[in-house]
Design a protein around this ligand. Structure first.
Ligand code: Z5A
Length: 209
């Protein structure tokens, strides 16, 4: 099987980290070579952008600047890691990808989705082969994320209405692209969420061969 890109999306505290470990394990059990990445991040430039957009800042960042920074990190990740990996037959599991820009900068900040779609076309040029959306209500996700302790980053410090808008956008995108998206009810216990992801992934993998 040729390499493919799998992305995991969802609000904060949705359980992406837990699910990614499961996805990697399923793929490796099938003898596939797997690389993981996160967005923003995954390259030296991307991690520097991550620090810039999520870390404590003394200056303001406009919605448009934030969007372009996300795409700068993505441009580097795609060229430095994703495309070479896929060309070598490796699979890439990414903690967030372009859908996050539609959800957070589009839904959350109100940037015109047509501008984001144009950046996606120009900078990336493709979509993940499959996207798992871990859908959980904002209050529960926030409780989980805050339960881990530590300081909130710049985006985590936004009001819950921002995350509500991002969630609506994610769900609308999933409804518009049912062939690519698998929506998982991430409000359930971890074991149930992991099982749901495993089943959806195995079924999709079986259909690829
Ligand atoms: N962002 C953007 O604005 N535009 C973009 O284009 C991109 C990103 C790419 C970085 O994302 C931020 O960048 C993000 C969007 C923005 N900001 N926000 N919000 P990130 O993925 O690095 O950060 P995050 O979404 O805040 O990650 P997170 O809070 O770490 O979420 P998670 O990985 O999904 O959660 P987790 O670490 O797996 O779980 C959180 C806790 O909940 C942990 O203690 C778990 O044990 C617990 N947990 C997980 N699942 C469950 C269940 N099912 N039941 C009970 N407890 C659970």
């Amino acid at each position: 099987m040729s390499g493919k890109l799998i992305s995991i999306e969802g609000g904060e505290g949705a359980g992406k980290s837990t699910v990614i470990a499961t996805i990697v394990a399923v793929l490796e059990q099938r003898g596939l070579r797997v690389q993981t990445a996160r967005e923003p991040g995954g390259t030296a430039l991307g991690e520097a952008v991550r620090e810039l957009v999520l870390g404590p800042v003394q200056h303001s960042i406009s919605a448009e600047a934030e969007l372009l920074l996300m795409f700068a990190a993505r441009a580097q990740l795609v060229r430095e890691r994703v495309l070479p990996a896929l060309a070598a037959g490796d699979w890439v599991v990414s903690d967030r990808f372009t859908d996050a820009s539609f959800a957070y900068q589009g839904g959350g900040r109100g940037v015109d989705s047509a501008c984001i779609a144009e950046l996606e076309r120009w900078v990336v040029g493709f979509k993940p082969d499959i996207t798992f959306l871990l859908d959980v209500c904002v209050d529960i996700g926030m409780q989980r994320a805050r339960g881990r302790g530590g300081a909130l980053d710049r985006i985590e410090s936004e009001a819950s209405s921002f995350f509500e808008r991002a969630r609506v956008c994610y769900r609308q995108r999933a409804a518009a692209e049912p062939a690519r998206y698998r929506v998982i009810d991430a409000g359930q216990p971890v074991a149930v969420v992991v099982d749901a992801v495993q089943q959806a992934l195995q079924a999709w993998l079986d259909a690829q061969t």
